[in-house]
Design a protein around this ligand. Structure first.
Ligand code: CP
Length: 322
């Protein structure tokens, strides 16, 4: 694979290159991903907090979160503020959604007030396709997480974190371990890693959490962490998503799960000595990851969070710049 291409960190002025929406990383070209990572690095390197406040001055952005969030919601708010944009937070529980107003009607009303960018988190797999066809031609939709399907800005911040730590995706073995079948994070990260030609992507989970492998092209699947973790450069531990598990998932208990699949210090030692540990958050400490590993010296979990603001600044700038 080619080395990641680094430019001067400035977003191109080319209108043709501008993204309209961001829903799925698989829709992006390698150059577009690299551009967003480079731009994020540029934002991170700045030591002048006010340097970018003109970039989205006079732009209005609305956040519509139909599922809970801490990191994604807060980092989009901070990103928009650092770019000088106005932000509106629509809370499902206190908005007219409670009176039955559709998401499309909500968007159309906010469009009428001059809002151009919509950051949406939803558990509904069928929301975005009809929205894309019906929103205004100047309106952009940015996914902040869609059911178990996509979390593109999380995928980008994960790619940025890996690139910062490992320089190149060439020869890299990335292991994603945990509740893969419910994980939009795993889907988006895999899409991005495939576009950047990571050498090996291995998914580790019990049979109960094995995903439809058609959604994870070019990946290996392994039930046994002792085999799958061997020689890994990057380990991404995933949360057991109790809220998406409709039944008891064939009787697998959290205790049994943790004994085999918890990323503990002894399991981390199966990886390369310089392997990095990632987790999208929120963590179930003591379930999918031990405290020792989460807070250990190989953990880059809080670096991922820091990168989340820069990635969202890059995405908002790329989509909403004029
Ligand atoms: N990683 C992530 O999406 O976290 P939040 O649910 O807190 O936004």
């Amino acid at each position: 694979m080619d080395e990641p291409e680094v430019n001067d960190g400035l977003i191109s002025d080319s209108k043709e290159a501008q993204l309209k929406n961001l829903l799925y990383l698989k829709d992006l070209h390698k150059d577009e991903i690299i551009q967003l990572l480079d731009q994020s690095d540029h934002f991170l390197k700045s030591n002048q907090p006010d340097e970018f406040v003109e970039l989205l001055k006079n732009q209005s952005i609305a956040s519509l979160f139909f599922e809970p969030s801490t990191r994604t919601s807060a980092s989009f708010q901070l990103a928009a503020k650092r770019l000088g944009a106005e932000t509106i937070m629509i809370d499902e529980k206190t908005s007219s959604a409670t009176k039955g107003e559709s998401v499309l009607d909500t968007i159309k009303n906010l469009e009428a007030m001059g809002v151009r960018g919509f950051i949406i988190r939803t558990g509904d797999k069928n929301l975005f396709a009809p929205l894309i066809d019906n929103v205004g031609s100047n309106t952009s939709l940015i996914s902040a997480g869609e059911a178990s399907i996509s979390h593109p800005t999380q995928g980008l911040l994960d790619l940025l974190t890996i690139r910062q730590q490992k320089s190149s995706f060439d020869h890299l073995k990335v292991v994603i371990m945990g509740d893969i079948s419910h994980s939009r994070v795993a889907r988006s990260l895999t899409e991005g890693l495939n576009i950047l030609n990571a050498a090996n992507i291995t998914l580790i989970s019990p049979e109960e959490f094995k995903p439809n492998m058609a959604n994870f092209p070019n990946t290996d699947f392994e039930k046994d962490p002792n085999k799958g973790l061997s020689d890994a450069d990057v380990v991404v531990a995933l949360r057991v998503q109790k809220e998406r598990i409709e039944s008891c998932e064939n009787g697998l208990s959290l205790d049994q799960y943790s004994k085999i699949y918890q990323l503990s210090q002894d399991k981390l030692e199966l990886c390369k000595p310089d392997a990095i540990v990632m987790h999208p958050g929120p963590m179930n400490r003591g379930v999918e990851i031990s405290n020792e590993v989460a807070d250990g010296k190989q953990s880059v979990i809080l670096k991922q969070v820091e990168n989340g603001v820069a990635i969202r600044m890059a995405v908002l700038t790329e989509i909403l710049k004029q």
